[in-house]
Design a binder for this molecule. Sequence first.
Ligand SMILES: [Zn+2]
Length: 441
Amino acid sequence: MLKKIFRVALKIILILILVIIVSALIYASPMIWNRLSIYPKLEKERKELHAKFKKPTDHIKQTDYKGVLHAHSYWSHDSRGVIKEILPAAKKAKLDFLFLSDHARSKLDTFPRGYKGVYDGLIIEPGTESSTGLMISPMNKVVLDWNLPEDQLIKKVVDSGGLVLYVHTEKPHRWANSDYQAMEIYNIHTDLLDNNDGMVPLVLNAAINGKEYGHWAMREIYDEQTVIMARWDSINKTQRIVGMAASDAHNNQNIRARYNKDGMVEWIGPNADLLATVKPGWKEKLLLSEPDEVGWAYKFEVDTYFLSFNFVNTHVFCDNFSNVNIKDNLVAGHVFIAFENLADAKGFQYFSVDDQNEVNAIMGDSISVRSVHKLKAVSPFPVQFKLVKDGEVIDKIDDVYSYEFDSKNKKGNYRIEARLKFGEEYIPWIYTNPIYIANQP
Ligand SMILES: [Zn+2]
């Protein structure tokens, strides 16, 4: 009798184990398929695309510096990022500048703080992010008072040479405020929020594919931000607000461990939360190895700084390489955004010419309808160009390196979207700021 019960119980346990294994395999099958088929194919196409690089002529006199706006370091409660991690990632992503947006630690927010200056050719500018969706780079020595009414604070910062951006533009903002200078038209974190399946499939996919295909795994969160783009276009009909991209890098969707000075091991989990501080046991003996430069003896990382920095960049055409000039040209709208993990966008230009074919305005500029002859764009890779006038696509051409549009006597805000072809699909790669053609510049 006992034997029989034991045999039945064993059978049930074996069946249960089998069911769990099969369910896990079924659950993970799309991620495994990514590894076996989808990502290798995409990667092959990406390499083929990169081989088509042709350096465009420099039409725009200013230099294109690319960087990341809106990123977090150790100064934020939800990041442990230090310069030893940030700098190599930024260099690998070929960034020229990094404007941080660390969460404030108190209502009186003192600047400068954290990192500021030029680090091995990378300009880092400290900034702050409020829970209400403001990013401020004061650029100066200042104490920001978060107790002030928001509009008052914005005006104060802008009047003293600082930069104010609206971030997390999926949330409500005072759009009609006349002082803020730019808004996010793309933010990785915003994009993540509309993924209804949550983090588990993304993390599992990263665990299976992250090492070899990190950028494709990260791109699983991508959706075209049509609502935000439509809002931006509509705001630009009445005021000029620059569109920029946010990485919102935290490097915090990780599990990591390090030794403390007293020999205890600190386990840090997602959102940089402390999971436990323990005496090294069998688990630590098994998992921990020689600490890296920063001190991590174990790490499983999903959203590394490199992957976030390389995902989407803001390109700014500048007169010189300084934090203030980057800020000034950002405010002037001499800006396009690009999804860099598809292809490096340096070389891309959008401008207008007069009847002598001389450049007389670039993205972000206003120009009189009397002096503009043609709008032109050039790309280092073949793209689908779309011309968007006041929010409506009015022209389109596929798979070419350059584009022009006869804009004589045609008022309006004209911006360019450039898409790269992967498979049968054209994927958004670049969004420029508009050239504003008006009666009076
Ligand atoms: Zn943020």
